[in-house]
Design a protein around this ligand. Structure first.
Ligand code: UD1
Ligand code: MG
Length: 534
């Protein structure tokens, strides 16, 4: 495939006017995010579909904020309230709120019409109108900041009215094609949309990525001249290229070295392709930052996750949302953490599922631990082997190692939670709190009927159902007293072998047992039935 010459960039690099934080002076960014995205066949607006756990529109918004500071406008339309909410939540600063202006395109009449809606945002304010606009599609999450910076540099160097980003693809179908001039310079003449292209144009492999830098004075005057007489009856933003060229203004272009970056997501297949690329980029970023992955391709890390140095991730670990992992941690296979904070030196064994919880330094977790939201596991604590916790604070050095449910519970330091301990926190209507003081020893199979408090240093004997508060340092036993009947088992066995004398004895015994039996009627009936069978 023939590759068009890359941009005719002048070799003398003019200084690019950006400040120390890398923000370009006089630059504003417009992100188009109003479309439904019919080709996704989804109930959800396309730009809200996540890529590596983050709504795809946020990739364009973040990029805009990096290069233009707070002069970013997003055009919303389909599911406008949801899109607005997602953007506000992701960009809200602690003091000043979101630095992003949201404008609504009530009817989706095309990308040119979408950009026109942002005009009022930039027409006001002390700073005056922007000198140039960076316009981004909301469906190109692979676009890299350094590429956009290059586009801006070329735009300045070329003194262009419009600078477009292009990519050369083996399969260009669906994309707008870049039509070059036949002159030796092969400058850009126009962009023709796939559905409007003739056979010759469809054979072009150079496509429009949907990223443009446009001169401040030129943009809105050109948008007013757009004409929707095309295959889709839309106001195409791409037509400004032709308008610029036609009026003798310069149109520059930058061709992507890595065409993957230009992937525009219109279909679920493209969404899946983008997901793979972004996931690999994220893994590479953390590998480069000093994280070990035993089998990188099986590890899934969302874009919003942070991982400390010398942490080791085993195969099939999934880290989602706002999860932060400290240094020197080990996460064994098939573990999933969502919105969790993990300190340093934490070991998480296989098959754990944690959500919205915090694990402090040097804690030991797993295997098979389920943390539901609101759990804090303090330093050096241990949780393992089929333990479920919810809204529970497990104190420093405390242990809950086997088969427990701990909900709505505050547990002090150095506490032993015996195997099979259950906090009975729900009466079918309300949830109640359990409080367990420092140094408490809970024997195995303890049930704590909340609300209840066990004072510091108390010992709860195995098998106890704690229904009332326990004073500090007390022993509490709540078991049914044990009865041993000497020889009873032997006599029962003899009955099964059919000895008459023994039969009589056992019958007498069982009659006495029945008369003193305090069990409920149903249970007695079951026993009687068994007896009659034997
Ligand atoms: C667009 C370009 C095409 C380019 C491709 C790159 C136009 C006319 N075509 O086509 O040349 O090759 O991107 O991926 O621009 N949007 C609105 N309002 C609208 C219509 C769209 O805000 O009325 C938004 C969408 O939400 C989306 C972006 O604009 O984020 C692009 O729209 P889309 O429908 O995906 O355009 P493409 O057909 O991909
Ligand atoms: Mg698109």
């Amino acid at each position: 495939m023939r590759r068009p010459r890359t941009t005719e960039v002048s070799t003398v690099k003019r200084p690019v006017s950006h400040d120390q934080q890398g923000k370009f002076a006089g630059l504003a960014v417009i992100v188009m995010a109003a479309g439904l995205g019919k080709r996704m066949r989804s109930k959800q607006a396309k730009v809200l579909h996540p890529v590596a756990g983050q709504a795809m529109v946020l990739y364009s918004v973040e990029l805009g904020l990096h290069v233009a500071g707070d002069r970013v406008a997003v055009v919303v339309g389909h599911q406008a309230d949801l899109v607005r909410e997602v953007i506000k939540r992701a960009t809200a600063g602690k003091v000043s709120g979101s630095p992003v202006a949201i404008v609504e395109q009530r009817e989706q009449l095309g990308t040119g019409h979408a950009v026109l809606q942002s005009r009022p945002v930039f027409a006001v304010g002390k700073r005056g109108a922007p000198c140039r606009y960076l316009i981004l599609n909301g469906d190109t999450p692979l676009l890299q900041e350094k590429t956009v910076r290059e586009l801006l540099r070329v735009h300045e160097a070329e003194r262009a009215a419009v600078t477009v980003l292009s990519a050369v693809l083996a399969d260009a179908s669906g994309y707008g094609r870049i039509v070059r001039m036949s002159s030796a310079e092969r400058g850009v003449s126009r962009i023709v949309e796939d559905r409007d292209a003739n056979a010759e144009e469809q054979a072009i492999h150079e496509v429009n990525v949907g990223t443009y830098v446009v001169d401040g004075e030129f943009l809105f005057s050109a948008l007013e001249k757009l004409d929707p007489s095309n295959a889709q009856g839309e106001y195409y933003l791409t037509e400004i290229v032709h308008l610029a060229e036609h009026s003798g203004r310069r149109v520059a272009a930058v061709v992507l070295n890595n065409p993957d970056e230009g992937l525009g997501i219109n279909t679920r297949r493209q969404l899946a392709d983008a997901e793979q690329v972004v996931r690999q980029q994220i893994r590479n970023r953390w590998l480069d930052a000093g994280v070990t992955m035993i089998d990188p391709t099986s590890v899934w890390i969302d874009a919003t996750v942070t991982i400390g140095k010398d942490t080791v991730l085993y195969p099939n670990v999934t880290l989602e949302g706002t999860t932060v992992i400290g240094e020197d941690c080990v996460l064994r296979s098939c573990t999933r953490l969502t919105d969790c904070t993990v300190g340093n030196g934490v070991e998480i064994l296989d098959h754990c599922v944690f959500a919205d919880s915090c694990i402090e330094d040097d804690a030991r977790m797993g295997p098979f631990v389920h943390l539901r939201p609101g759990v804090v596991v303090r330093k050096r604590a241990k949780v393992g082997n089929f333990v479920e916790m919810k809204k529970t604070d497990l104190g420093e050095g405390s242990k809950a190692n086997h088969l427990s449910y701990l909900g709505d519970t505050t547990i002090g330091k150095g506490v032993n939670i015996g195997a099979g301990t259950i906090t009975c926190n729900y009466d079918g209507v309300q949830k109640y709190q359990t409080v367990i003081g420092d140094g408490v020893f809970l024997g195995s199979d303890t049930q704590l009927i909340a609300p209840v408090t066990v004072g510091a240093g108390a010992i709860v004997a195995a098998g106890t159902t704690v229904t009332e508060d326990v004073p500090a340092d007390a022993l509490v036993i709540g078991r049914v007293p044990q009865v041993n009947r000497a020889g009873w088992a032997a006599r029962r066995r003899a009955l099964q072998t059919g000895s008459d004398r023994e039969t009589l004895n056992v019958k007498r015994e069982t009659t006495v047992a029945r008369l003193t039996d305090k069990r409920p009627m149903a249970s007695k009936a079951r026993s009687a039935k068994k007896r009659s069978r034997s």
